[in-house]
Design a binder for this molecule. Structure first.
Ligand code: AMP
Ligand code: ZN
Length: 492
């Protein structure tokens, strides 16, 4: 099954297939590790995760590279203020980023690339640009890209840049939205700032050059797909194209994927607006990592998504429905055989699910047939019409759904436990929701042991002890369900 994905460069849906016939080579712009990421950032990383997982599910290998921007204006400013090296400043934020990815079940790219570890590659690229007449050095020793040397500038964002001023320059990493100017490739060292001594002088890289240099280092001069949030289309991605194609004269990335923003009350969620939540903020309020994942992926990536707490509750309930159903299927006793109507329903759900994802990763449409199937199967179970062969067919649809959505398999306890641990260390105990306190201290094994003790107490007709255990567990958010197949427990 071939994925039809919107391509910003061509302005239409294009087939996304590995051009070398082997693996899909893709580059996604990663975080600037100057602070904790907010869930807007993670919406973009999750959208790329959905892409990646769909490719893997449908049998396409991927080679996925993501950069970590560990040097930029903000990092230098903050590290200087804190009186520490940029490495010491960024390390905890990089670690937090990777932990947050794990909590949200975003698969790790095959290659993570830190900007500070690829300075020689960037210098080499700037030298090639200079040789091609596309880069020049200013009096202070900085290097700039000459926009006039790349007539195709603007082909990705389709901006009308006819009013572009020749030779006007910009050197900050935070950009004005609509001005196209010669941009910094290399910034000459300033006293007290981190810098590298190189063949093009002492200084540090501009932001854009890192992605060109690292993408080509790991994926070659021309590769399949480049992704990032919609704000990166201009100027960052436009600049990446200019820097790369001026040297190689080959198409840098054939396919460009841009993820629309996560909004809060109609405005972009961002650090500068102050309207943001980090993953940790939400975990500490008692929302589960799976619900945050589900809420962020359920609106297709090309639509803006408005963040609301109602949305998180809807996602929580949707996951609960799937998990309860999956448990019901796995633990029930079903007579042998197959019910043709359910077999047909399972086949149709699977086909509709894959078709929706292959149509520009339409996650909203992909969810719907799965929930329809759950409804039909629940009714069939109630009426005694679901047979063992149907159970297997439906479980395999759920497994395929979870290969991309990854919310049914419950591993929510760990991210919450880690967030609480982090809050305690960071002196933010006050932010931990009261209902979480004490709950995560019980391991699965400890709960199993208490449940077994309760079963024994009941068998010995020691009902007061049995009730005491049930109540103790309830206080810690553990709910027991007695069924004919024994006792099941779950975390609230
Ligand atoms: P940064 O760490 O600021 O470089 O951003 C990391 C990624 O998050 C980039 O791909 C941004 O485009 C993306 N991003 C930033 N804010 C949002 C938002 N509100 N919604 C979706 N993506 C965002
Ligand atoms: Zn980039």
């Amino acid at each position: 099954m071939t994925l039809r994905l919107f391509n910003t460069l061509s302005g239409q849906l294009d087939d996304l297939v590995p051009s070398d016939g082997k693996a899909l080579r893709m580059y996604a712009c990663g975080p600037t590790v100057y602070d904790f990421g907010h869930i807007g950032n993670f919406r973009t990383f999750l959208a790329v995760d959905i892409l990646r997982r769909f490719l893997l599910l449908t049998g396409t290998k991927v080679r996925h590279v993501m950069n970590i921007t560990d040097v930029d204006d903000k990092i230098i400013r903050n590290a200087t203020a804190a009186g520490i090296s940029i490495g010491a400043y960024t390390a905890p934020f990089e670690l937090a980023f990777l932990e947050d990815l794990e909590a949200l079940k975003v698969q790790r790219p095959e290659q993570l690339a830190r900007a500070t570890e690829h300075i020689p590659k960037m210098v080499e690229l700037i030298q090639k640009l200079a040789a091609a007449g596309a880069a020049y050095q200013t009096e202070d020793g900085s290097w700039y890209f000459r926009l006039a040397a790349f007539p195709e500038y603007g082909k990705l964002s389709k901006k009308d840049l006819s009013g572009m001023e020749d030779g006007a320059r910009v050197d900050v990493d935070e950009y004005e939205k609509d001005s196209a100017r010669d941009f910094a490739l290399w910034k000459a060292a300033k006293p007290g700032e981190t810098s590298w001594d190189t063949a093009i002088g002492r200084g540090r890289p501009g932001w854009h050059i890192e992605c060109s240099a690292m993408a080509m280092e790991y994926l070659g001069e021309s590769f399949d797909l480049h992704a990032g949030g919609e704000d990166l289309m201009f100027p960052h991605h436009e600049n990446e194209i200019a820097q790369s194609e001026s040297v190689t004269h080959k198409t840098f990335a054939r396919h460009w994927m841009h993820v629309r923003f996560l909004l809060v009350d109609g405005r972009k969620m961002s650090k500068s607006e102050g309207n943001f939540y980090t993953l940790r903020d939400l975990l500490l309020k008692g929302y589960k990592a799976s619900a945050i994942r589900m809420a962020l992926i359920s609106v297709p990536y090309r639509h803006q998504l408005n963040f609301t707490f109602d949305g998180l509750i809807e996602a929580t309930n949707a996951i609960e429905r799937l998990r309860t159903f999956s448990q019901r299927l796995k633990t029930g006793n079903y007579a042998p055989g197959e019910n043709p109507a359910l077999q047909e329903a399972a086949k149709k759900a699977q086909a509709d699910y894959l078709a929706a994802l292959s149509n520009d990763l339409n996650t909203a449409e992909a969810r719907a047939p799965i929930f329809d199937l759950v409804r039909a199967a629940n009714t069939a179970i109630d009426q005694g019409q679901l047979l063992a062969g149907d159970r297997d067919a439906i479980l395999s649809v759920l497994a395929s759904f979870d290969k991309v959505f990854d919310v049914i398999q419950d591993s929510d306890a760990e991210p919450t436990r880690k967030a609480i641990e982090w809050a305690v260390q960071a002196g933010r105990e006050a932010d931990v929701a009261p209902e979480l306190v004490g709950r995560e201290s019980l391991t699965d094994e400890a709960i199993d042991a208490l449940v077994a003790e309760r079963t024994l107490a009941k068998r010995q007709r020691n009902f007061s002890r049995a009730d005491q255990i049930r109540n103790e567990l309830a206080e810690k958010g553990i709910i027991l369900e007695d069924s004919k197949d024994g006792v099941r427990w779950k975390r609230k």
